[in-house]
Design a protein around this ligand. Structure first.
Ligand SMILES: [Zn+2]
Length: 80
């Protein structure tokens, strides 16, 4: 019999942490791999960033966040 409704498979799989991200110029200063493959950690903010849903975008967003840019600036100042 016909009439089988094909199940809508969301072909979305979780985005795991990619090691190549740690080699990107913009990320490598602060990124660190977390215990979990779906998390990155920011060494500047000491914060976990979930990459599960948005992957690399989560990192870009974090990098642009007010807290992160602020902390980055204050860290640089410490050098003098
Ligand atoms: Zn940060």
């Amino acid at each position: 019999m016909k009439g089988l409704v094909p199940q809508r498979k969301k072909n979305k799989y979780n985005q795991v942490f990619k090691k190549s991200w740690t080699e990107e110029e913009q990320f490598k200063k602060w990124i660190k791999q977390e215990k979990d493959e779906y998390f990155a950690m920011c060494r500047v903010c000491n914060k976990d960033i979930s990459t599960k849903n948005t992957g690399r975008l989560a990192l870009v967003r974090h990098q642009d966040s007010a807290m992160h840019t602020k902390l980055c600036k204050s860290q640089k100042k410490q050098g003098t």
